[in-house]
Design a protein around this ligand. Structure first.
Ligand SMILES: N[C@@H](CCC(=O)N[C@@H](CS)C(=O)NCC(=O)O)C(=O)O
Length: 201
């Protein structure tokens, strides 16, 4: 039995997207961010965060770890690359997404959208937009000449990075300086499995 805890309006969207791509049968418990520190959720994840996956008794937290696990277990013929160099690519891009881009995107999101207007800092948001330019350039260059990050098929590397970058799309950040990355992002986010996630609680 597979259960994913976390609302689709949170980082849990990433893992819901992976489950939908993989066609895994699962139960969805849409725990919201304010509920993440509840005693029940703290039992599942001592950090008090969502998403959390329970899969046949195994508990996994951290969105990228959940997705890499799901891809390896259920996606041998789809999202999970077939060889060791592909696995290295999946790890590389997933960690890259979390460390090189997510912190900047969160800074922009908080200071332009999430914080109450009197607690927004446009200077911090602009600095984060500036800091994002180098990783975006690296992404754009890496996609030159291939459809997806690891070659010509969509893998968990694409899903994980596009899921992080979806905040850029949501905030309509100007990505026109990196048109290859922009086109790749639209292609990834336009997949049916991602559209399905947008309909979930
Ligand atoms: N690095 C973690 C971050 C998880 C995280 O911070 N999730 C947010 C929701 S997007 C959360 O649980 N917020 C509630 C809280 O921190 O109390 C992951 O990727 O899973």
């Amino acid at each position: 039995m597979t259960t994913l805890y976390g609302s689709s309006k949170s980082r849990a969207a990433r893992s819901l997207w992976a489950l939908e791509e993989l066609g895994v049968k699962y139960d969805h418990v849409p725990v919201t961010p304010p509920e993440a520190k509840s005693p029940e959720n703290l039992k599942r994840n001592p950090n008090g965060h969502i998403p959390v996956l329970e899969d046949d008794g195994l508990v996994v937290w951290e969105s990228m770890a959940i997705n890499l696990y799901l891809a390896e277990k259920y996606g041998r013929n789809s999202l999970w690359p077939s060889d060791l160099s592909g696995h290295a690519g999946a790890f590389k891009w997933s960690f890259w997404g979390m460390t090189e881009t997510e912190p900047h995107l969160i800074a922009i999101l908080r200071n332009r959208v999430l914080n109450p207007p009197d607690q927004r800092d446009e200077k911090a948001a602009s600095a984060a937009v500036e800091a994002l330019k180098a990783p975006l350039k690296a992404l754009d260059q890496s996609l030159q000449g291939s459809e997806y990050l690891l070659g010509n098929s969509f893998t968990i590397a694409d899903l994980n990075v596009a899921a992080v970058m979806s905040w850029a799309a949501m905030m309509r950040l100007d990505l026109s300086a990196t048109p290859t990355a922009q086109a790749w992002l639209q292609k990834c986010l336009g997949r049916d499995a991602n559209a399905k996630v947008r309909t979930l609680k």
